[in-house]
Design a protein around this ligand. Sequence first.
Ligand code: GAR
Length: 198
Amino acid sequence: MVLASGAGSNLQALIDAVDNGRLDAEIVAVIVNRRSAFAQERAASNNIATEFIGLRPYLDDHGDPGEARRRYDADLAETVLGHRPDLVVLAGWMHLFTMGFLSSFGGRVINLHPALPGEFPGPNAIDDAWHAHLTDGLDRTGVMVHLVPDEGVDNGPVLATEVVPITLDDDRESLEARIHAVEHDLLVRAVADYLEGL
Ligand code: GAR
């Protein structure tokens, strides 16, 4: 089961890995939380069940954003559980879960993040690393896949990491492209290893 908010290139890496036998798994469904998420089209064109479930109606119905998030997370958990997944993969999922979602999955939620453990949490990790390169000469960043046991932001027991160098020839776009290439491989490996260990 994959949750995504954006372009879905990491979802595509998982789809391709299932197709070519690198990943012994079935993607039972893809849920997106943004209407513009191209991940949904990738799922649909690969005959994977897919659904858009956004936070907005919950925010409109409940004055309190905390309550809206709790209700959204509870409903989303129910939908995801309906697919009976072995594993929930957050592949570019830009929404912080409350325990109301996470406690339904017995620790079987993993997240991909474009930075090394403890560095650049949040939605702008690549920009943050690029800025650190320009201002402080940072010469490497990285990618990690980690478990999501609680409400920590891009933080949790690490399953896999890979360092990504930042070279003097880089610009923001070339760094991003290198990070994505590493992600596409690392995520597939981490998911395969995790499923093998179940
Ligand atoms: C990826 O770089 C992923 O690591 C990042 O969003 C991007 C999604 O790309 N996730 C985070 O920043 C989580 N904090 P994609 O939609 O092409 O897979």
